[in-house]
Design a protein around this ligand. Structure first.
Ligand code: ATP
Length: 290
């Protein structure tokens, strides 16, 4: 779906992206994270065909983005980091205006606009977008990116400035889009959301790709997993005690298996068994500060 090969981007002599290789498969949600100025927006804009790479090649939907950008853009919905709206239009008028730019047949446009207003929960259909809250404006911008029913969605910080509930609504909406067959590439600073929604995560630092993998693999490689078992025993043991129970913690799965076996052999009562994994945030902070 998206293939970046040895892509670099220089702004005069400043290296914003340095030898980036990235392959996004059809139907997945990929998140790009990184510090301010890491190169996330530059990467997304290059993939959307809005900024030309200085070196390397970018193929989107099997085509070279530089040579066939017009054809590819029909299949891309792009949400920029900042997306000012025409403030004296209602959401419906604004989307209708864009549907004309996309040359959508009127009837298709109307059906699509009503479906988007409805699924994005934009009920105040007669209000001008200039009177909208930040979250509502963002939803209209997302609707605009989806208007022509693109196969690929590129979203630069879709949740920027949104309250937790609206953010979560948008994140869940992305899942719905994925189920409908869309491929989604997004950037975000809220790592909890990235962890929740993304199939794979790319971590950028100073224009370089540090990691690109599934959350499971990132946790396995860079995070920690701790198993904890809490149990009651009718004899005195050399274990941590908590609330009259014994607590055993380890990151060795073999160790936990041995303790569970012992609990079972002795007929002790198992109170709780849990696994704690490093959150993406913890791994990210470790990577960025090393
Ligand atoms: P943020 O999280 O703050 O949005 P980002 O990861 O999206 O940051 P980019 O906007 O891609 O970062 O910028 C990467 C680097 O390239 C920054 O140092 C930025 O100053 C620089 N840069 C971006 N656009 C231009 C431009 N048009 N001209 C010169 N430098 C630029």
């Amino acid at each position: 779906m998206i293939q970046l090969t040895h892509v670099s981007k220089l702004y005069r002599d400043f290296v914003a992206i340095n030898d980036l290789n990235l392959h996004v498969h059809a139907g997945e949600i990929v998140g790009i994270i990184g510090h301010n100025g890491a190169g996330k927006s530059t990467t997304l804009k290059m993939i959307a065909g809005l900024v030309a790479p200085t070196a390397g090649s970018i193929r989107v939907l099997g085509r070279d983005i530089e040579k066939e950008s017009v054809a590819i853009k029909r299949d891309i919905g792009f949400l920029p980091e900042e997306s000012p709206l025409y403030e004296n239009m209602t959401a419906r008028q604004y989307l209708l205006f864009f549907s004309e730019l996309y040359r959508l047949p009127r009837r298709v446009a109307h059906t699509q606009i009503e479906a988007l207003l409805d699924s994005l929960k934009l009920p105040e259909k007669d209000k001008l977008t200039g009177e909208f809250s930040k979250g509502m404006k963002r939803k209209v911008a997302i609707a605009r990116a989806l208007l022509h029913d693109p196969r690929l969605l590129i979203l630069d910080e879709p949740n920027a400035g949104l309250d937790p509930l609206t953010s979560f609504f948008i994140i869940n909406y992305l899942r719905t889009l994925k189920r409908a067959g869309k491929t989604i590439l997004l950037s975000a600073h809220n790592l909890f959301h990235v962890e929740y929604v993304c199939d794979r995560v790319a971590i950028l630092k100073n224009g370089r790709l540090l990691v690109f993998d599934t959350m499971e693999a990132i946790r396995r490689g860079l995070g920690q997993r701790e198993y904890q078992v809490i149990f009651k025993a009718d004899e005195s043991l050399d274990f941590e005690r908590r609330d009259g129970n014994y607590v055993f913690r380890t990151n060795d799965v073999g160790g936990i298996a041995r303790v569970l076996e012992r609990i079972s052999e002795r007929n002790w009562a198992l109170v709780d068994l849990s696994v704690q994994e490093s959150a993406l945030e913890e791994i990210y902070v470790k990577l960025m500060t090393n």
